[in-house]
Design a protein around this ligand. Structure first.
Ligand SMILES: Nc1ncnc2c1ncn2[C@@H]1O[C@H](COP(=O)(O)OP(=O)(O)OP(=O)(O)O)[C@@H](O)[C@H]1O
Length: 247
């Protein structure tokens, strides 16, 4: 499908119009529906934490937003335009960038080769390398090293760099904390907070809710394929830990 870019949004679009919006979104795998009417809004400049216990539908919701999982019913809008049916590459061209669970980097390729993968979105390798090595100098030192031989934190830096090199408007993050020591998680979220301050709107699914609290502007609690509550991140995290994660 052909879709206009976010930059082409009409001048008269309301300023507080959500950048990304899911309304009554249903989706599933094969004949099994796992999202049963998800409503979610990401405003420009917001950091929304998607919280909830295992199997609630956080990853599936991010897959909808990145075009990996199709919407079967309901509406997915980006900058006011319905983008149901847009492919992952359509959405990437519209400025949606996703770092999936497991980071999506190639262990048997070097840092530089991993960055090269993102040139498919139209950015040059030189630009990608500049963004990566300026923000994370350690990656510059390791440009020839196999990604699989780096620490979890360095791999996450590489995944973030690959995303940032494409100059995203919306960043989707799934379980950034996975497999990382608490100190590294907090460093990673510091970087995510800086990205938000630079104007990138961020939707982040986290099981380790406390990690994302310092930077989240709001939180959405997902249970059994629905967003059951949205609000202040600290209130939602408290409800999650007392009611659903056993204190
Ligand atoms: N590829 C798949 N095929 C079939 N069912 C799936 C698939 N991926 C997820 N599911 C099911 O969809 C439901 C929602 O899973 P999802 O991974 O979106 O939840 P989650 O909140 O991200 O959980 P977690 O934190 O454990 O990753 C679960 O019941 C899960 O078993």
């Amino acid at each position: 499908m052909s879709v206009a870019t976010i930059e082409e949004r009409p001048d008269n679009a309301p300023r507080d119009e959500p950048l990304l919006e899911l309304s009554g979104v249903r989706a599933g795998y094969g004949s099994i529906e796992v999202l049963h009417g998800v409503d979610l809004v990401l405003a420009p400049g917001a950091v929304v934490a998607l919280l909830g216990p295992n199997g609630g539908g956080k990853t599936s919701t991010l897959k909808i937003c990145s075009g990996v999982l199709p919407v079967t019913r309901g509406e997915f809008k980006l900058a006011g335009r319905v983008v149901n049916g847009a492919s992952a590459s359509d959405l990437a061209r519209l400025g949606v960038c996703s770092i999936p669970e497991g980071r999506g980097i190639f262990a048997n390729l070097t840092v530089r080769e991993n960055l090269w993968i993102a040139t498919g979105t139209g950015v040059s390798l030189a630009e990608l390398e500049e963004v990566a090595y300026t923000r994370f100098p350690i990656l510059g030192e390791r440009r020839g090293q196999l990604a699989g031989s780096m620490s979890g934190g360095e791999q996450q830096m590489l995944a973030l760099s690959r995303a940032l090199g494409t100059d995203p408007t919306v960043l989707l993050l799934d379980e950034l904390s996975m497999g990382l020591a608490p100190r590294i998680v907090s460093q990673m979220y510091d970087v995510v907070g800086q990205l938000a301050a630079e104007g990138i709107s961020i939707l982040v699914a986290e099981q380790f809710a406390r990690a994302v609290l310092p930077i989240a502007t709001s939180a959405a609690l997902m249970l059994q394929g629905r967003v059951v509550r949205t609000g202040d991140p600290i209130d939602i995290e408290r409800e999650l830990s007392t009611s659903y994660l056993g204190g």
